[in-house]
Design a protein around this ligand. Structure first.
Ligand code: MG
Length: 332
């Protein structure tokens, strides 16, 4: 049985590895082209942007979350959003002097935050159910590993809402959080999806997940043809990550399988990397990947420290309708 720390390290490094492997082939490559070049792709395909082993927004935003959760020993909306803004506009936790690869919905939300940090009660939902809400999730779940299932889901939901304030995005984020939490606790692959769905108690999320229930049949289609060349919809990325986990027996082959599906390759692989990294553990991630990925040692240390958070608390949120809402001037 793997220790929680090995699984946490696996999830964080897995995220960064997937992001870095997929980043050079994110744009302009079809799944057919990627499969033909897999012997290059698997060694961190050396395109100019980004260079070998360097990751994009997925990992940068995950590191922003990890830094904030550790500094605050809990959840503080404003601190998280300040770090997201520092990443996008000043290159905090980025290889580049500015954020690289920022998604459209994320950019809209961060820009809106800099103008008005509070999300009003009557703020309409956004339409976006883009995968930005689940690509960065691992630190939130790891920080809650000693917490109750209810609190894991609540924190995941809040982290989604910071940039993707829609019922669909929150529902899929809850499902991803539940799946990762169960894996971190040592749950086997069988019935993982069903057990994760059973962890979701919020009625709108349950209703949304019920409405898309049929899509998950794609996970069990071994060849994965229905998952090829898909864009940035969070549900597609979740299904692709689960497909890679369920249909292969190692981190390596699942990752190559996911990369070979093309589409939003870096984010799909970052999401797979979280789940599979937690499932197989840090030691079973190939050495070349886990040693050569940018900031590998820092990421490993963050995972260890996140596991050590003893009394995680939701300190304050910026959502006017939330129980933990506090205005920005008020310290927690
Ligand atoms: Mg990216």
């Amino acid at each position: 049985m793997l220790a929680a720390r090995d699984r946490a390290r696996g999830a964080m490094i897995g995220l960064a590895v997937g992001d870095a492997l997929g980043a050079p082939i994110e744009f302009g490559y079809t799944s057919t082209m990627i499969r033909e070049k897999m012997d290059i792709v698997r060694h961190f395909h050396d395109n100019i942007m980004p260079p070998k082993g360097v990751w994009t927004d997925d990992t940068s935003m995950a590191l922003c979350l990890a830094d904030s959760l550790l500094e605050k020993q809990g959840y503080d909306s404003y601190d998280i959003m300040d770090k997201f803004a520092a990443w996008e506009f000043s290159g905090y936790r980025s290889y580049y002097p500015m954020g690289y690869g920022v998604g459209m919905q994320t950019d809209i939300a961060i820009t809106a935050y800099t103008e008005n940090p509070i999300l009003k009660k009557d703020e309409p939902e956004t339409e976006s159910i883009a995968n930005g809400c689940i690509m960065r999730l691992a630190p939130v779940v790891i920080a809650n590993i000693k917490n109750t299932k209810k609190n894991v889901i609540r924190s995941a939901r809040l982290s989604c809402r910071e940039t993707h304030n829609s019922t669909g995005a929150m529902a899929i984020t809850e499902l991803m959080a539940a799946t990762l939490y169960l894996i971190l606790k040592g749950e086997p692959k069988d019935c993982l999806l069903e057990k994760a769905k059973n962890m979701i108690k919020d009625e709108p999320s349950k209703a949304f997940l019920k409405s898309i229930d049929d899509s998950h049949s794609r996970i069990f289609d071994r060849k994965g043809d229905s998952l090829r060349d898909l864009g940035g919809y969070a549900l597609d990325s979740y299904d692709i990550a689960m497909w890679g986990l369920i249909n292969f027996d190692s981190f390596l082959y699942g990752m190559l399988g996911v990369l070979g599906l093309g589409g939003d390759a870096d984010t799909n692989a970052a999401i797979y990397g979280q789940l599979a990294g937690a499932y197989y553990g840090y030691d079973l991630i190939p050495d070349e990947w886990k040693n050569e990925v940018y900031l590998a040692e820092d990421i490993k240390k963050l995972a260890d420290n996140l596991c050590e958070i003893k009394k995680y608390k939701i300190l304050r949120t910026r959502f006017e309708d939330d129980d933990s809402f506090k205005a920005k001037g008020k310290q927690s």
